[in-house]
Write a protein that binds this ligand. Structure first.
Ligand SMILES: Nc1ncnc2c1ncn2[C@@H]1O[C@H](COP(=O)(O)OP(=O)(O)OP(=O)(O)O)[C@@H](O)[C@H]1O
Ligand SMILES: [Mg+2]
Length: 230
């Protein structure tokens, strides 16, 4: 096994307020799928923003041993007022990863097409985001996160506003990314129904990591007797 990321005793506070995350230790191996759960305000978004480098620990260390990170922020679609098409949005995701200036080459354009296809938005590729449904917009932002062929994919509440069918399509997509590309995936959600069958590790965040282990070891909350496990 090789390590994708390591957090060592990470504490973080926004300005001069009490820490919202305390003493976080977290190792994630390459190819792991880690479900991150916890209550509103528990610090899930803060944790993933630290991991992708948008915030910096007040104390402690974060090491990433991957170069390419794809990130879907929580409520990514909020505040999109630019008249972008799906293809333009996803192309921006590709360009920011390749650090290219100027037009993208053929391989880049193909990667953009693949990312759009993977989320099932090929028919909507030339539509403006503002004309899509909320769930379609969310899928467009997932495609943006995928467009740079990330080694680490961080999705903050990717299924918000997405119907059951599209959730299942996203789950199948994540399963493929994992098995075919050995992508490391961090998946923040309150709801793991769609991905439940392949979640092997869940990290519960409530100001600190209060649980880190297999779902079967999580008392009560996870196991719904109405769901059968194969
Ligand atoms: N920019 C900010 N400035 C100050 N405090 C913040 C900021 N962003 C988040 N917080 C606070 O940090 C704590 C953790 O917030 P965070 O967004 O990480 O939680 P979360 O687990 O993602 O919640 P949710 O389930 O609602 O998305 C909360 O108390 C929140 O109010
Ligand atoms: Mg959040």
């Amino acid at each position: 096994m090789s390590l994708a990321l390591r957090l060592q005793d990470v504490t973080f506070a926004y300005g001069h307020t009490p820490a919202v995350l305390r003493n976080v230790d977290l190792d994630v191996q390459r190819g792991e799928f880690v479900a991150i759960a916890g209550p509103n305000g528990g610090g899930k978004t803060t944790l993933v923003r630290l991991i992708v480098g948008l915030e910096h620990p007040t104390s402690g260390r974060i090491e990433l041993s991957v170069d390419k990170v794809g990130y879907l922020p929580q409520r990514a679609q909020a505040g999109i007022d630019a008249p972008l098409t799906v293809r333009e949005l996803v192309t921006a995701g590709r360009a920011s990863r390749t650090r290219l200036i100027g037009p993208l080459g053929g391989a880049d354009r193909q990667a953009v097409r693949d990312a759009i296809d993977r989320v099932g938005l090929t028919p909507q590729g030339d539509r403006r985001l503002s004309t899509l449904s909320g769930g379609q917009q969310q899928r467009a932002f997932i495609a943006k996160a995928l467009a740079g062929d990330p080694e680490l994919l961080v999705l903050d509440e990717p299924t918000t506003g997405v119907d059951v069918e599209a959730q299942e399509a996203i789950a199948a997509l994540l399963q493929r990314l994992r098995s075919e590309l050995a992508m490391t995936i961090l998946y923040v959600s309150h709801e793991f129904g769609a991905v439940e069958q392949f979640v092997e590790r869940i990290v519960l965040v409530r100001g600190e990591i209060v649980f880190d282990g297999p779902p079967s070891a999580l008392p009560g909350v996870w196991h719904d007797p109405s769901h059968s496990h194969a």
